[in-house]
Design a protein around this ligand. Structure first.
Ligand SMILES: Cc1cc2nc3c(=O)[nH]c(=O)nc-3n(C[C@H](O)[C@H](O)[C@H](O)COP(=O)(O)OP(=O)(O)OC[C@H]3O[C@@H](n4cnc5c(N)ncnc54)[C@H](O)[C@@H]3O)c2cc1C
Length: 477
């Protein structure tokens, strides 16, 4: 039974904030969202939505590049094969990317999505205030001198790109990902510093769009925190497509030259290019919010400490999303925000389960994961069996002309409970739902194996993987 508060004030209009607002409004509360940079947050305006829109274009370019293998003749473009005037870079003499149009589409789509969020909030009766807010005590928010009294407050202020000292972005040649869409052209030679999720996604996208990409990774391999088999497939594809991947190379400094950039690596080696994109992590947007003054505990890096129902250390003050540093994903931010509202309004609530979060890295091919990791299984932390099936033998994959990818499934030894999986494939983000459903609903590999998959389909490899792990009558290995 919910107990509507007098008023709920939410700082930040990204997915952590606006999804919470929708829940609270539906439960009968008076809700105010204060946002400084636009509804939808960085997620919609500068980060997730724009990057995935750019990737929609780069994925189409990959399809065009692969078209001759499927029997399609693609016309040669005069002057193809390098940077062209007028803000375009040609795509290997086959198709051209019109950079200004791509970027205009990215920005228009983000604005439209933000407007949709605004409309939805208005329709649910949520009040929105454009401005920068801060706490003035546990139950008061101040915006431009106006004091808002609140029964509960949600902090959902997000995070910002980390700046590497000696490599400060100038928005022209040295860039963070929020500045890419204001470029007049595609970078001819792009150096991406950082090979985590964001770095790998942009490196993959720009390589497909026609830029010559160098990826600088401080670790042995790209995507160091992901499934090692999956990361190896992606790195192999990167190299085959002509990307230069510099492993164990840490950028110490990035400087402009007359017509480009020079990146100096630790040890003194230099790499030259036309542009440099820095993807070296995020810092929480928690400064100057009056949080510590109100008694809210921040960790050593400035993230707000929360429990699994999004409570901070101060009663009535909750936090959600990137400002908490808990798995920086839009889906997690939204769930943390909803949970905060269900909790404060007295609804039955399940604490967030991070081991059930499905996530995707939108490289080409995509890597989608859910549940336990191969590391946990291999180290014995999880008592599980695993199977990995390459997609090269899947009939649908052959028809579509790709061979880089696999499905991997983990199941509890003895019971056959599905514990997680990894899919590396085009549109793995769509394929992972079957495994996610099995993990969330505690299905066994036997139940998954008895489920119909379409023939021919990539999801057929998931049911095949489940069959390989099925219990023999004598008991599971
Ligand atoms: C390049 C990139 C790609 C990504 N792609 C994906 C993806 O594919 N899938 C996925 O799930 N996640 C993705 N993410 C992560 C996702 O964008 C974040 O997890 C998500 O934005 C977090 O939402 P949030 O509500 O915490 O913060 P945000 O979206 O950052 O929103 C916070 C809002 O609060 C506002 N604000 C800050 N301070 C104040 C203040 N004092 N007063 C008022 N308002 C304030 C900000 O201006 C902003 O509008 C990506 C991230 C990056 C960087």
């Amino acid at each position: 039974m919910s107990q509507p508060h007098e008023r709920i004030v939410i700082l930040g209009g990204g997915p952590g904030g606006y999804e919470a607002a929708l829940v609270a409004a539906q439960l009968g509360s008076q809700v105010t969202v204060v946002d400084s940079d636009g509804l939808g947050g960085a997620c919609v305006l500068t980060d997730c939505v724009p990057s995935k829109t750019l990737i929609a274009t780069s994925t189409t370019m990959s399809v065009v590049h692969g078209a001759p293998d499927l029997g399609i003749r693609v016309g040669a473009v005069p002057g193809g094969g390098g940077a062209a005037p007028g803000g375009t870079v040609s795509g290997r003499g086959q198709a051209q990317v019109d950079a200004p149009r791509v970027y205009a589409r990215v920005k228009a789509l983000a604005q439209a999505q933000s407007a949709d969020v605004a409309k939805r909030l208005a329709a649910e009766g949520v009040e929105t205030i454009a401005g920068r807010g801060a706490l003035a005590g546990p139950d008061t928010v101040v915006v431009d001198g106006e004091r808002l009294q609140a029964g509960a407050v949600l902090i959902a202020t997000g995070a910002m790109p980390r700046v590497l000292p000696g490599a400060e972005p100038d928005g022209e040649r040295i860039l963070n990902w929020r500045q890419l869409y204001d470029l007049p052209e595609l970078p001819a030679e792009l150096i991406v510093v950082g090979s985590g999720v964001t770095g790998a996604e942009f490196a993959s996208a720009y390589q497909a769009l026609g830029s010559q990409v160098t990826l600088v990774s401080s670790r042995d391999r790209v995507l160091p925190h992901e499934d090692a088999d999956a990361a190896m497939v992606v790195e192999d594809v990167f190299r085959r497509r002509g990307m230069t991947v510099l492993g164990r190379s840490r950028a110490a400094e990035v400087k402009r030259t007359r017509d480009g950039v020079v990146v100096t690596l630790e040890g003194g080696r230099t790499v030259r290019g036309s542009h440099c994109l820095l993807t070296v992590g995020m810092v929480p947007a928690t400064r100057g919010l009056g949080l510590e003054e109100a008694g809210v505990t921040l960790d050593s890096r400035g993230f707000v400490e929360v429990d699994r129902v999004s409570r901070t250390t101060v009663r009535g003050v909750y936090a959600a999303g990137d400002c908490t540093g808990v798995m920086m994903l839009a889906s997690v931010a939204a769930m943390q925000g909803r949970i905060a509202m269900w909790h404060t309004l007295g609804e039955a609530v399940k604490p967030i389960r991070l081991d059930h979060v499905a996530a995707t890295i939108f490289t080409d091919p995509e890597i989608a994961t859910v549940g336990v990791t191969a590391n946990a299984v291999e180290s014995g932390a999880e008592d599980a069996v695993a199977v990995k099936l390459p997609l090269a033998t899947n009939a649908r994959a052959k028809m579509q002309g790709f061979r880089d990818g696999f499905v991997k499934l983990f199941a509890r030894r003895g019971t056959g409970l599905v514990l997680g999986g990894v899919v590396v494939a085009p549109r793995a983000s769509e394929l992972i739902l079957g495994v996610s459903l099995a993990v969330e609903q505690s299905l066994t590999v036997d139940q998954m194996a008895q489920t119909f998959a379409v023939y021919p389909s990539l999801s057929g490899s998931l049911t095949e993987a489940a069959r390989r792990l099925m219990l023999p009558a004598s008991g599971r290995r």
